[in-house]
Design a protein around this ligand. Sequence first.
Ligand SMILES: Nc1ncnc2c1ncn2[C@@H]1O[C@H](COP(=O)(O)OP(=O)(O)OP(=O)(O)O)[C@@H](O)[C@H]1O
Ligand SMILES: [Mg+2]
Length: 305
Amino acid sequence: MATIIKADGLTKKFGDLTAVDGISFEIREGECFGFLGPNGAGKTSTVRMIHCVSPITSGTIFVGGLPANVDNRKIKAMTGVVPQEITLDNDLTVFENMMVFSKFFDIPRREARKRTDELIAFVELEAKRDNKISELSTGMKRRLLVARALLNKPSLIIADEPTTGLDPQARHLIWQRLRLLKSQGTTLILTTQYMEEAQQLCDRLVIMNEGKILIGGSPRQLIDDEIGREVVEIRIDAKEDPHLIAELGPFARGHERAGDTLFFYCRDGREIQKKLVELDLPNTVHRPATLEDVFLKLTGRSLIE
Ligand SMILES: Nc1ncnc2c1ncn2[C@@H]1O[C@H](COP(=O)(O)OP(=O)(O)OP(=O)(O)O)[C@@H](O)[C@H]1O
Ligand SMILES: [Mg+2]
């Protein structure tokens, strides 16, 4: 697959604060590429440099072969952005918000009207077409942001935490729509703090923390390499700690402690399961490994605090 975005040594500073710290990555045409990380990791700062709304402090990014910060107009024309903040005009209706936005791309009025109606249907907001934004739920507003991002028929979509704060139903609808766009050949860039979202949607992703990329790869590969297939969680009381690690450690590839929980990482949990039965431990959970475990292992803390 051809490379659509290439970043080298990308850095963003706000005064003394380094929000993005010399990161390099490559995104391939047609894939869904994720930036996963906790609050303040630098995800929004990174994607804002990709779609040319935030000047690069140092380093380079090429989007479709064009240098960001130079060919901004062309890059913006090929990109659709679902921003993290809800940037809709509250006093206008759903339809009017779409029409106003279409002017940024010089879409002729007739065509804009046609696309607007199609896109409102695409995100299932027909019933709210003539309602003001202030009358919409958060989930509806986020769906409208997805529709608005598609007005210029972009080949690249950047969705910055598109499902934060949504209920499961609204989240699934956005996931389906993003998957549908990807199946039609659109490249997707997704930022999220939800490991489940990253696992569901991303072909490849990087995990960010404090402006740096900690690790990158496919979700499965990252989990397999860092953790294994399974995790055993045990709620503990501080004094049991050394005893449990001595008993269970030999059956695991590694362990981590976060708060009141001990995590044992296993390629195959069968052996440790037998031992758990033998020890008759209450409060244990045996589950498949996730990207959250990868983050915890790399940073000693969890993604969502
Ligand atoms: N315009 C700005 N001026 C000053 N500091 C900023 C600005 N934008 C972001 N920052 C700082 O840069 C760092 C990275 O922020 P950024 O918004 O990129 O993180 P994020 O990973 O998107 O976090 P979140 O999950 O909360 O959206 C933070 O410390 C933030 O306070
Ligand atoms: Mg952000």
